[in-house]
Ligand binder design. Structure first.
Ligand code: KG4
Ligand code: ZN
Length: 337
């Protein structure tokens, strides 16, 4: 029997709802982004995000059901992101999901946002099965994860300071490009020379798969300050391309090393930074050389969406995972819980 999951995501600045069939088929995927509202502040303002989620969530969920051509009666379970993320933003989705699940007498399934990002690959690649390695790089996280099973994840490496997406956003800000920075750097870098400036590639020690992006961020900022003091004109495209080259080199190297170390055959990349064109190209070339299969979701499933929560929620639902009505939003939540 087909299983339909209604999924709700509100962890940051996207109010999203989706209907997913049997974990692998997207029947609808509605994303109401608040980017334009937060842009003028140079980043997400949590209070504004929560208020906008409250205004939008009803219509987004109605639209998700309507585009999927189903009613709440056809839904088998409601899946909701309960962490990690902005606690006020998460609470809107969690409260809505609890109320809806109670009223409609549907099971409620709690979903970890980062696990959702990883499982976006199951939506994009119908034959993908665990185990595999996933690099999940977003605005708040940079993890290398061993996906042991559909609901079992083991962290092999993570950032010790900034997330990769956070570094993209900060450098875009100092270059005066705007928010969110990742897509803007990605675009500008295409006009620049990635070998123009050498920025550091940090390896904490040779046995560690952990990342550190604060060094490359500081190096770019120092470069810009020095050039300004000396009255040297900056080529922003070269800076963007060289910075991106340093970050994607490290992301690729650590991920491929972990794949070889754990004898895996497949790498699936995920999270907002997985939309980066240089990361995709580089990872594909390097993996081809090593005989590793590399997968990534389309850009719309890389950045925040609810379809990925529907996929993760489906496997959790099959596994018997249920939340009670005292489910709370959790700002920091380990992927291994
Ligand atoms: O996964 P996501 O939508 O939200 C979080 O869970 O954080 O990721 C957003 C992050 C932002 O930092 C954004 O700048 C980055 O992903 N991003 C990119 C690209 N598209 C989005 N970074 C690099 N290149 C891109 N094309
Ligand atoms: Zn995310």
């Amino acid at each position: 029997m087909d299983k339909l999951i209604l999924a709700i995501e509100s962890s940051c600045d996207e109010t999203a709802a989706a209907v997913v069939k049997n974990g692998r088929e997207i029947l609808s995927n509605i994303i109401n982004t608040q980017i334009d509202l937060h842009k003028i502040y140079g980043g997400v303002v949590p209070e504004i995000a929560s208020r906008k989620h409250i205004e939008n969530i009803d219509a987004v969920i109605e639209e998700a059901l309507s585009q999927a051509n189903v009613t709440i009666n056809d839904i088998d379970a409601i899946a909701v992101t309960y962490g990690p993320g902005l606690v006020g933003a998460l609470l809107v989705g969690v409260s809505y999901a609890k109320g809806y699940a109670y009223a409609a007498k549907k099971p409620l399934v709690p979903v970890h946002h980062i696990k959702g990002h990883i499982t976006a690959n199951f939506l994009a690649h119908k034959n993908l099965e665990p185990p595999f390695i996933s690099l999940v790089a977003s605005g708040g996280h940079s993890h290398i994860v061993l996906v042991e099973d559909y609901t079992k994840f083991k962290i092999l490496g993570k950032t010790r300071d900034d997330a990769a997406g956070e570094a993209f956003d900060k450098i875009a800000r100092v270059l005066g490009l705007g928010y969110p920075g990742g897509p803007l750097i990605d675009k500008l870098a295409k006009e620049g020379n990635s070998k123009a400036i050498h920025f550091p590639r940090v390896r904490i020690d040779k046995d560690s798969l952990d990342f550190s992006f604060s060094g490359v961020k500081t190096a770019v900022i120092n470069y810009l300050h020095k050039a300004q003091q000396q009255g040297i004109e900056i080529n922003k495209a070269d800076v963007a391309a060289s910075f991106q080259d340093a970050v994607t080199d490290v992301l690729c190297e650590h991920t491929i090393d972990s794949c070889l170390k754990y004898n895996m055959k497949t790498i699936a990349i995920a999270g907002g930074v997985a939309a980066n064109s240089d990361l995709r190209n580089k990872m594909t070339i390097l993996c081809n050389e090593k005989g590793i299969n590399v997968l990534y979701p389309p850009p719309v499933l890389c950045t925040d969406n609810a379809a990925m929560i529907g996929c993760a929620g489906y496997y959790l639902y099959l596994n018997g995972s249920r939340a009670k009505l005292d489910l709370n939003a959790v700002a920091s939540l380990s992927i291994e819980d």
